[in-house]
Design a protein around this ligand. Structure first.
Ligand SMILES: C[S@@+](CC[C@H](N)C(=O)[O-])C[C@H]1O[C@@H](n2cnc3c(N)ncnc32)[C@H](O)[C@@H]1O
Ligand code: SF4
Length: 272
């Protein structure tokens, strides 16, 4: 939606330094996404709430039958926005980098932990919106993930079965060229051990474990400038303006997008 964001996460794999299309073009892109047979659209970024026209775009996506997810930092989520647009949103995703301000502020700006807690408080009153919390696991917070799980265990009841938790093994892909990945990325076996540790106890919500293997070739994205991007390994493969694509199926084959994996993974939540 936009590269604009209140945060500056060192690991960010979102678009950076890319200008965004206008409302008219964004509406056309959403229509084409539906025409291509997609069931769901995820408005992400950057922070989609940095776009003044987000409500208009959500409205259009819902009207043409797409399930709507909004992946936001939580910094700009307000009661007024949810009152106006919440009935057309199926899922809101919020990042949580730590179980407390101290761990959170190793990768997010000061105050982000409190902003996410406030957003979760707010979402308690906005059933039936599904709520996904997402943690990008790095060396900075891997030891704290069991505490985040414990925090979500305590908060789950108030969200009445609407909570999901996505645990990402932070993937070494960024538009910035100077990222010190060795200081951040956790090894496959460390991520596996974390999963085993967390899975020794039951939790009242679904946890999705997104390892490097799962995350690779999983996404098809339209970048803020309207170009189609399929990330593979550490590359963002760009296929030009999405509105000009005439044969999406062939393009996705060439792009090495893993349809079967995407299909399996996307069963995680659904309106129906
Ligand atoms: C790019 S962000 C955009 C939406 C919003 N700003 C946020 O951070 O949630 C989408 C998701 O990707 C995750 N993420 C960002 N960089 C990542 C990376 N290098 N590896 C794995 N997940 C990452 C974020 O934690 C978030 O859950
Ligand atoms: S909050 Fe999301 S989009 Fe913003 S810098 Fe962090 S990962 Fe990137």
């Amino acid at each position: 939606m936009t590269a604009e964001c209140s945060q500056e996460c060192a690991y960010c794999w979102g678009p950076q330094g890319i200008s965004a299309v206008d409302t008219y073009t964004a509406l056309a892109i959403i229509s084409k996404i539906a025409d291509e047979g997609s069931r769901r659209i995820v408005f992400t970024g950057g922070d989609p709430l940095q776009r003044a026209d987000l409500g208009v775009l959500i409205n259009h996506a819902a009207q043409i039958g797409l399930e709507v997810a909004v992946s936001t930092t939580g910094d700009l989520l307000t009661e007024a926005f949810l009152e106006e647009h919440g009935s057309r949103i199926d899922l809101i995703s919020l990042p949580l980098d730590g179980s407390c301000e101290e761990v959170s502020s190793r990768t997010k700006k000061p105050g982000h932990f409190a902003a996410v807690m406030a957003a979760l408080d707010l979402l308690e009153s906005f059933a039936p919106i599904a709520v996904k919390v997402a943690t990008p696991v790095t060396k900075h917070n891997i030891a704290d993930v069991p505490n985040i799980v414990a925090l979500l265990d305590r908060r789950a009841a108030a969200l009445q079965g609407r909570l999901f938790y996505n645990v990402f093994q932070a993937f070494p892909r960024s538009m910035a060229s100077d990222v010190e990945w060795e200081e951040m990325v956790v090894a496959d076996d460390e991520f596996r051990e974390l999963r085993e540790q967390v899975e020794t106890t039951d939790h009242p919500y679904r946890i999705n474990w997104l390892s490097h293997e799962t995350l690779d070739k999983l996404y098809v994205m339209v970048f803020p400038d309207g170009t189609l991007t399929v990330p593979v390994g550490s590359e963002f493969r760009n296929y030009g303006p999405f509105l000009e694509v005439t044969d999406m199926d062939s393009l996705l084959d060439v792009a090495e997008f893993d349809r079967a994996k995407h299909q399996r993974h996307s069963q995680g939540w659904s309106r129906s």
